[in-house]
Design a protein around this ligand. Sequence first.
Ligand code: ZN
Length: 444
Amino acid sequence: MQTLFTDGIVFTGHELRAADVLVVDDRIVAIGPGLSRGDVERIVDCEQRVLAPSFIDLHAHLRHPGMGEADDPASIAAAGLAGGFGVIVAMANTVPAIDSLPRWEKALASYVGLPVEVVQAAAVTMGREGQELVDFAALAQAGAVVFSDDGSGIQRSDVMRDALEASASWDVVIAQHSEDALLASGGSVNDGPFAQELGLSAIPEVAESVMVARDIELLKVIPGRLHLQHVTSRESLNLFRQAKREGLRISAEVTPHHLLLSDRYVASGDPNFKVNPPLRSVATQMALAQGLLDGTFDVLATDHAPHPPSRKDLPFADAAFGMLGLAEAMAAAWTALGRGFGDEQVRVEFGHEPSGPSWKALGRLLGSLTSGPGQILGRSIGLDAGKPADLVVIDPNRGPREVPSRWYRSPNSPYRQETLMGRVDALWLAGRQMVADGEVIVGV
Ligand SMILES: [Zn+2]
């Protein structure tokens, strides 16, 4: 089957340009302007739209095993497709935690048959308790590439040192939820006027940056690989920028919700805005957006975290941390960047070469959803001849088709009141169409 994607702007994984893309069966065979329509059986008109590699989410909670009340992997996979994702990295903070080879293999086996690829992260320490390392040798040799105790940070410096050493030995990555438990203790919102107004204790930015600083110091003497999850502190961002400049093996992610939402939202007391790390001040929100726009952040990751009403319909201090966002990740981040331009609805102009600030912003965003996370997983992601036909078609000038709740079994979306820009129109994985006209068209 030959399919030609015509007249779109193509994000190759590194740059934007006007081009057609020819797919035969499950592979891309040619990319360039004005490709011949010779034997093509199907034309996909991409005029006024952007074609990119399918997205990779480096950070999601699939709630399996042991947390089926929140959601299940098949339903989450459908939300992922709607969001343009072909690969989702599942965190290890399940019940039980994924802290051994048998548990890791069992979790992976349960994802076989899903339309998206699930990359299962392994915990760094047994039971995610921060004391004793998991069997890195066994897990890495079986193919685990991401190790994370996400949900909590690794408190002990000696344990983090040993984890980074193991990451160097096995060429895997330690994804750290940077949070000093004592500085964050009992907190549920950002340190600021809204914490005082609501009478809630706070998780200050320094609870994050103090651990980022420690881990960067360790990385200066240990040739490990460190990935900073959900960065939400201006000082963390500065430290990360400097560490990158010094050539350390470090990467970092920002989430769509920390870009789009600030701690003003928690003034309502709605626990759907309770997340860890917490929504920060507008000043930090702007700094994070700048970090994405200038290419400091390698990755946009969702931290998609479904919770059933029994864990969210509670007073703010008692409710669980976490929010949904897999299906609207690209749109939420794109909308946030638009607001940073002082424009409620950022637009890109078609009909000429894709250049100028809004195209550049879109290029950065698409890089953070494709080649950025791909590099951390050790994959070369891009639209090139010979690569798998994993393609997403987006319309940056229109809003998403679906209301968020459609995709989720748990109701904890923070985007219900938001008007978002950016639509995932269509998705192909290995040449098979998964999303058409904004609708998931495969059964999961
Ligand atoms: Zn986390």
